[in-house]
Each structure stands twice: as structure tokens, then as C-alpha cells.
Design a protein around this ligand. Structure first.
Ligand SMILES: [Zn+2]
Length: 293
């Protein structure tokens, strides 16, 4: 599942390519409005086509595209969603999406984006999703871009890259397990299974400890570790343990730098102990039994 570094990599890639672009064409396959969208194709079309994308924002794992008519498109990649930027082929628009020979059969939604100044070539933004757990929301008249009425987005906690130590300490003052808190998007936005496991390892904290059992020093170490592993993930353009690719279809390489995530049975890079795996709130959890106390 794409987490903060993967989504941020996509956002940084697509922002310069689609900011200021006019939505000149839209294709919504039946799979998109049956599984991914909160609105019918006609409503979506009326509020978006001919409008200009003013910027590209990220909040947690959500991608936010405000338009110049105050409508906002919000995208979430779910488990296997991908956003791909493609050059426009030399085929008439109406013929472009018939059959699956040009576009992948798992591409459910496409926007053609035109440079209003006519200087740059058109591009297409494709939403591809094998398992259809992603989402595409339309907010027709957004009053406040910081408070969009989108499930999950409304209740999102502070972004993990920007969270301050005082707030992190407050959030960790709980009987809940450390990893469960890290995964709780209403507390800290953007951390998923990979970066939660890597951050706990980096801080030397066992993921099943309760938040309140951490010393002041351990909490501070964990706070620093969360930010550090996320930045590392960004540096390597995300972790491609399963379907994730960037907007050019290229894999990230952070998986080559994982120290515990999916490393079960291999020696710890710090101490040589064998990395173990357990389940925590139904999620596979990887840790070093010696380094993490
Ligand atoms: Zn170790």
C-alpha cells in the first residue's frame, strides 16, 4: 500500500506536469464509477471538464487537485492504485479508449490535460488500480480546502513529516500499542505498515510496547525515527514491495534499504539476530528481538 513517501513522490512528479493544465478530456470506465467514485460520471464531467488544475497537494496519503471553479478532485490509491502520466498518442480522442489495446485494462479513469497557452504537449493522467480499493472523490463546491468533506480526510491527524515533538508525546501517552498508534491516520497521517516497522526498529522500540511505557527519550527517538525513515523513503522514491510505481511507471528502491520489513528470517543489520515476524492488529509486524526492547 502506498504510504506517505510513495504518495509524495507521485505528487512531486506530477505537480509541475499538470499544474495550470486544463482538463480537456475525461474517460470514466464503468469500473471507475462502480468501485472508485463518489459521484456519477455526468456530475463529475460537468464540474471538471474545461476547468484548470490550480495545484497538486498531498495530505496524508490523499492527493488533492483543486480546480479553478472551486471544485476539488481527491484521489486515494488504496492498496494497489497507481497514477501514471502518459504522452498523448496520435489517435483521435474518441478512438483512444475503445478496447484495451492502448490503455491497460486496469486503468479505470483518464484525464486529458492541455496547456492553455498551447506551448506544451498534452498529457494524460491515468488512474490504474488492479484491486479497486482506491478512491476518486469530487467535491463540487469546496468552501475550505483544508477541511474537505471526504471520508478519512476530514478526520486526518497531523502529517507525519510535519508533526512536532510535543504533539507526538501527547499522542503516545496512551495504553495502545506503539505501532497501532503510528498506523492510526486520525493521530498521525501518512505512516503505514512499512514505515511503522522501520521506524520502530530505527528507534530500538518494540512495536508491541504501549505508548505510555516509553520513556521520554524513547518517545523522542521514535519521533525522530518516523521522520527519518519517511525522508529516507522519499530519497529512494518509495518502496516497491508490491505494485507501487511512480508516475512514470518506475519502481522505487527503498525496499533495498529495509532493515526489518519483510526481512523475516534474515540477520539483523545491527546485531546479527534473526528478524522475527508477528501479527499486531491483523498486520504483519517485523522486528529484531535483540535491538528492539
Ligand atoms: Zn538487531
Amino acid at each position: 500500500m502506498p504510504e506517505l513517501p510513495e504518495v509524495e513522490t507521485i505528487v512531486r512528479d506530477i505537480r509541475p506536469a499538470i499544474m495550470g493544465r486544463l482538463i480537456s478530456g475525461l474517460v470514466i470506465r464503468h469500473t471507475a464509477f462502480e468501485h472508485l467514485m463518489n459521484t456519477d460520471p455526468q456530475t463529475f464531467y460537468e464540474h471538471t471538464v474545461t476547468q484548470v488544475i490550480t495545484t497538486v497537494l498531498r495530505k496524508g496519503k490523499y492527493i488533492i487537485l483543486p480546480l479553478d471553479n472551486d471544485a476539488v478532485i481527491v484521489l486515494h490509491l488504496g492498496m494497489t492504485g497507481r497514477i501514471l502520466l502518459e504522452d498523448v498518442p496520435d489517435v483521435p480522442f474518441d478512438d483512444r479508449f475503445t478496447g484495451y489495446d492502448y490503455v491497460d485494462k486496469h486503468t479505470h479513469f483518464m484525464m486529458e490535460l492541455t496547456d492553455p497557452a498551447g506551448e506544451e504537449d498534452d498529457v494524460e493522467l491515468h488512474f490504474n488500480d488492479v484491486r479497486l480499493f482506491g478512491h476518486i472523490w469530487l467535491v463540487p463546491d469546496a468552501e475550505d480546502i483544508a477541511n474537505l468533506p471526504v471520508p478519512g480526510l476530514e478526520s486526518l491527524g497531523t502529517d507525519a513529516l510535519g508533526i512536532r515533538l510535543e504533539e507526538f508525546v501527547r499522542i503516545m501517552s496512551t495504553k495502545r500499542k506503539v505501532k497501532s498508534v503510528l498506523l492510526d491516520q486520525t493521530k498521525i497521517a501518512g505512516v503505514g505498515n512499512i514505515y511503522a516497522d522501520e521506524a520502530c526498529f530505527s528507534a530500538g522500540v518494540h512495536p508491541t510496547r504501549t505508548g505510555e511505557s516509553l520513556t521520554k527519550e524513547e518517545t523522542a527517538k521514535l519521533w525522530f525515527a518516523v521522520k527519518t525513515v519517511l525522508k529516507e523513503g522519499l530519497k529512494y522514491r518509495g518502496s516497491s514491495t508490491s505494485d507501487y510505481t511512480d508516475a512514470s511507471g518506475e519502481s522505487g528502491s527503498f525496499q533495498e534499504h529495509h532493515r526489518v520489513y519483510q526481512k523475516t528470517g534474515t540477520p539483523c543489520t545491527e546485531c546479527g539476530s534473526i528478524i522475527e515476524r508477528t501479527k499486531l492488529s491483523g498486520r504483519a509486524t517485523h522486528f529484531c528481538p535483540s535491538c528492539q526492547r
